[in-house]
Design a protein around this ligand. Sequence first.
Ligand SMILES: Cc1ncc(COP(=O)(O)O)c(C=O)c1O
Length: 394
Amino acid sequence: MNLEEIDKQYVLNTYNRNYVNFTKGSNATLFDDKNNNYIDFTSGIGVVSCGHGNERVSNAISKQASNITHISNLYVIEPQAKLAQKVAQLSGLDVAMFFANSGAEANEGAIKIARKYGETKFNNKKYKVITLEHSFHGRTITTVKATGQKAMHSDNFSPYPDGFTYNAQINDIYNSIDNETVAVMLELVQGEGGVQPFEKEDIQKLASFLKENDILLIVDEVQTGAYRTGEFLASNLYDIQQDIITMAKGVGGGVPIGIVMTTHKDIFEPGDHGSTFGGNYISTAASLEVCNILDEIKNDGSLDETIIYFEKQLRAFYENNTNIFEDIVGLGLMRGLRAKDAQILSSVIENAFDAGILVLKAGKNTLRFLPPLTITKDEIDEGFKRLEKAVEKI
Ligand SMILES: Cc1ncc(COP(=O)(O)O)c(C=O)c1O
């Protein structure tokens, strides 16, 4: 059997896979088993923030792997504690955190923190969480229900947990709050929903209102975190005080990790939450090195330079192709081009692959770009050159 046949026979069919076999990666360039090369404007859906095959991340993993890979959370784990300290410092917040293995798990943790807060801090039970209609928060039963997109609430997986309500707009949230509402959960730039950033003033107004009314603000930074928008957290850009933040994807740079951090540092006690793998030696040693690298490229100005250069080339590409696209959206290196038509977008993505450039779709009609934060100017130029080729025939 060839690779495609093995995969089809033994792996459950949950993704419409492309059967290119990538065998090597170097920063934002991937190579397949036939030695074709591709420019990666996706970083594995916002994960490989320091690029493919990053030597420092790879050394951190192999050094840790040749020593201790796993002991369990029953013992202190040095890289876990140091990563927690680093993440807290970079966030600029007075937080403590729990380590999980994915974004969905981090969001589960956030919802548990909110529910315990609602149970223990008030005279009446508060448990309802408000989210937005175009949100995406994960694929576990609870985070599927927290996700506001109706299409995700399939009867195949019902019944779902109670306590989630949805609003179309930030400004609708005020009227949905009742005396059982414990939290509002949002992404500041909706990723899967179409790379849609919210207005800073609307978010700041909401954050202050929630604080005054003792309702928790949970910010899902699974996609926006780890400098994706230019700051360590998108929350730093929006300059808000939130109660709970979740991270995953780019903070691991390729290892599975999820983080839920909160200013309510004493909410959990032993027995409330746990994870066998969460925060183990390998994932936290890797993530610590990822955070060090990203902190360095932020401080030496190269990340900001890359963001400006990517924006310039994206804008030039957009202006050449206003017959296909009608808007540029997003922040930092989390960008999108709104296509005039969903059908055309599918052809662009297909042609892009054939031209050797990997891009993503978000929402119904957004061409999405999530390049590694370490992408070089040459890789950006080559990527847009290939993208021009991909749209030539449209
Ligand atoms: C904003 C957001 N939250 C949660 C998730 C779920 O993360 P994971 O796939 O790691 O469970 C995603 C994944 O795309 C996401 O973009």
